[in-house]
Unconditional design. Structure first.
Lengths: 453, 333
């Protein structure tokens, strides 16, 4: 059984309270960092750990921290992005509900490393219970002298605030989050300038995912080098995966990066296989925004190697035959699921959540949603598939924020890999509204093209 | 000074200039179109994506190209930057896509739209758009709303450029309207249908690139190409308005007053509502002369940029006699 770093004590009763958390070695990293390390040392440890942002993009956290501008006399902010709203991802909510002090501990260490005197946790507005839990935990930590003025007598001051979100998926985009935090409409800003130069209230700001900040705790406790020993290649450490869909045991699992996907999906320690003895048809590996893969391409890469749960291996093959780690929202589809319906569902989500600022995303997401709706309801045309791919290309890369890409990828990849099923929805329109396509050849062994020469 | 090359044409500009403004210094057809950027409004731009360009060389120091197309209105130049606009097939393709997106929910009722003839979207669609639409669904529709007694908002035509929001925010004293909702159902609106009541509120009409915000004192009075624009000014007693305007004549009547717009459709100076809505007599104004209208514009079809009779009329006495009445009417000014 692999070692757990974040969820080690998750089953201890009362771990959500300060006393139990502290008795299990909680807040040790704060003591270590504030008393023995300089802020630069903390950044250096995080750099050494190779920790990559857990929110979706996978940008190295230590690098992000070192980009933070440090002009004299200007406040710096750390903002925790807890606006978790990606369909399929629920790891941050789990972490905040059951072990809120881990996040607060990470926030203190990270704020210290960045020299932030005020930090915010921007929690998705729908997560009211989690907001209450965090506020209670902050009060407990403050009572124990880990927040407020002169923490542990080191002269470091930190105030931590919880901000309920504005109720939109787009507020999870870091610049939209900052706008929303400032009390404005949550529209993404046009970059540059990046938040590291001009973020919250125009001051240098770092925005990190909940899990990235929580991961700072074991990194400081054990040292960056130790952390980097876990995982594989440039994917170091452990990652929380929210397993959902038609798996036997859905839930949040902490895995060592580099775990074979087959083991994750079928071993009893993790998902336990597909529910009701069915076969796997397709997988969305990292939350709704990443490209969907058919079962055969998901379990094996195009070179017939076993695919691993790591940033590199999941992305192997690029967009043609690969996908992305994303935020770790693992959704499995069994043979009875309809990919067209699912793609329409995702498209509907992005159309609903587009902020409406830039034209390709505002108009394009709605257009894709309507075409997919038509296809799903047996009114589609053969030309719709090419048109959808074309629309997705017109959106991708041409928008202000990544929501446009996130809306385009699931549609483009579904058509790339499941074109048969989409065409079947047109040729057998009457049948398509009463039953699903089934598994087709999506789980058949891959036919590997022989390499020339 | 930074040296920038746009479509192979070098230009030297101040550091901090945007690519779009650098291109405007060169002028001509290499200037990217802009539907939302407005140089007089701080923070505008970046939204419509029609001005996307390719940066094929980042700068002299860091010659790497930029990975994605960038919005030229919001990207500042670097020394030695090389930009491709109309010479890049990717840019042309992306722009075509943006134009298509802008048009899918636009009503395309140009024959009955007051903005026709001076509509940026019409020009843009003509230059870049495909002749056919691939969109087969109902277009977005809204009811017309009056915001105040002089301005009408027809959201159906809006392309959400946010220019009027910035205008209301920056030019008028109090921001009274903004964007409600999100995605393709977002709309420009006042809070609970409040009237827009402000000395400078009329400027939202001028900044609107399409026919979403129109002047109720001019609506359906005439087609813009049948009116003749004349530069005029008056001694306006509003401290922020200098009274320099364009009067739009139909015969002897001033039927509309707008601010003076430059070649990119941007007003030179914002004008107050008194000048715009209340001063509609020639006696109110000091006439400076006919307005120069680009010969690309349909407004120029009446040749009002010249006060002299057309050459063919001038040299042919027979024609002069035959067209005496029309000749007099046209040269009355």
């Amino acid at each position: 059984m692999a070692r757990k770093l974040l969820l080690e004590h998750i089953n201890v009763p009362g771990i959500n309270t300060y006393d139990v958390y502290r008795s299990k070695g909680g807040y040790a990293s704060v003591e270590k960092a504030l008393k023995t390390l300089s802020p630069e040392d903390v950044v250096e440890e995080v750099k050494k750990s190779g920790l990559r942002g857990r929110g979706g993009a996978g940008f190295p956290t230590g690098m992000k921290w070192s980009f933070l501008a440090k002009p004299e006399g200007v406040a710096r902010y750390l903002v925790c992005n807890a606006d978790e709203s990606e369909p399929g991802t629920f790891k941050d909510r789990y972490l905040m509900t059951y072990i809120p002090h881990l996040l607060i501990e990470g926030m203190i260490v990270a704020s210290y490393a960045l020299g932030a005197k005020t930090s915010y946790i921007y929690v998705r507005g729908e997560m009211m219970p989690q907001i209450r839990i965090l506020e209670r935990a902050i009060a407990e930590a403050k009572n124990a002298g880990f927040l407020g003025k002169n923490i542990l007598g080191t002269g470091y001051d930190l105030e931590l605030y919880v901000q309920p979100g504005g109720g939109a998926y787009i507020c999870g985009e870091e610049t939209a989050l900052l706008e929303s935090l400032e009390g404005k409409r949550g529209n993404p800003r046009i970059k540059p300038p990046f938040p590291a130069i001009a973020g919250l209230y125009g001051c240098p700001t770092v925005v990190n995912n909940v899990e990235s900040i929580a991961a700072v705790v074991p990194i400081i406790n054990e040292g960056g080098d130790e952390y980097a020993k876990l995982g594989i290649g440039r994917s170091t450490g452990t990652k929380l995966i929210s397993a959902g869909g038609n798996v036997k045991k859905p839930g949040v699992y902490e895995i060592d990066l580099g775990l074979p996907v087959e083991e994750f999906l079928y071993s009893d320690e993790y998902c336990g296989g597909i529910a009701n003895g069915k076969r796997l048809k397709a997988v969305v590996a990292g939350g709704s925004s990443v490209p969907i893969l058919p079962a055969n391409l998901f379990l094996k890469t195009a070179n017939n190697e076993a695919r691993l749960m790591s940033y590199e291996s999941l992305a192997d093959g690029g967009f043609a035959t690969g996908t992305m780690m994303g935020s770790g929202g693992f959704i499995a589809f069994d043979e009875d699921q309809c990919i067209v319906r699912n793609t329409w569902n995702f498209a509907r989500f992005y159309s609903h959540e587009s902020c409406g600022q830039c034209s390709p995303c505002r108009e394009g997401t709605g257009w894709m949603e309507k075409v997919l709706h038509r296809l799903e309801n047996g009114q589609g045309k053969m030309s719709d598939m090419d048109m959808l791919v074309d629309i997705s290309k017109k959106i991708e890369g041409n928008t202000i924020c990544p929501l446009g890409d996130a809306a385009a990828w699931p549609v483009a990849s579904a058509i790339r890999h499941f074109r048969d099923e989409f065409e079947w929805h047109v040729t057998n329109a009457a049948t398509a509204v009463t039953r699903n396509y089934g598994i087709g050849n999506y789980a058949d062994p891959l036919i590997i093209a022989e390499k020339a020469g | 000074m930074f040296k920038v090359t746009i479509d192979g044409i070098p230009v030297e500009v101040e550091p901090g200039t945007s690519i779009l403004n650098a291109a405007r210094q060169i002028g001509g057809d290499i200037v990217p179109p802009a539907m939302c950027y407005y140089s007089k409004l701080e923070g505008s731009g970046g939204k419509c994506r029609t001005c996307l360009v390719q940066v094929s060389k980042g700068s002299e120091k860091d010659p790497r190209p930029m990975p994605k197309l960038v919005a030229s209105c919001r990207t500042t130049v670097m020394d030695g930057m090389e930009v491709k606009n109309i010479t890049s097939p990717e840019v042309i393709e992306a722009r075509k896509g943006v134009v298509e997106m802008l048009l899918i929910n636009h009503p395309l009722d140009c024959p009955v739209c007051d903005q026709a003839g001076e509509c940026s979207l019409q020009d843009l669609g003509y230059e870049h758009g495909a002749a056919k639409t691939r969109y087969e669904f109902d277009r977005r529709k809204f009811e017309r709303i009056d915001i105040g007694d002089k301005i009408q908002l027809h959201m159906t035509r809006c392309i959400l450029c946010y220019r009027c929001v910035f205008t209301a925010d920056q030019i008028t004293d109090k921001r009274v309207h903004g964007i409600l909702n999100r995605g393709d159902h977002s709309e420009i609106s006042t809070y609970i249908q409040q009237a827009v009541d402000n000395d400078f509120s009329g400027n939202v009409i001028d900044v609107c690139p399409v026919g979403a915000l129109t002047d109720k004192t001019f609506r359906f009075k005439n087609r813009v190409w049948f009116t003749k624009p004349v530069e005029a000014h008056r001694d306006c007693d509003h401290e922020k308005c200098n009274g320099k305007v364009t009067l739009w004549y139909k015969g002897e009547d001033v039927i509309r007053v707008t601010a003076r717009k430059d070649v990119y459709g941007e007003v030179e100076e914002f004008i107050c509502n008194t000048c715009r809505f209340d001063k509609k007599k020639t006696a109110d104004w000091v006439i400076e002369g006919p307005r120069k209208v680009s010969n690309q514009s349909v407004i120029s079809s009446n040749h009002y940029d010249t006060l002299k009779p057309l050459p063919v009329v001038k040299t042919n006495p027979l024609l002069q006699e035959a067209n005496k009445e029309q000749f007099e009417r046209e040269t009355r000014l």
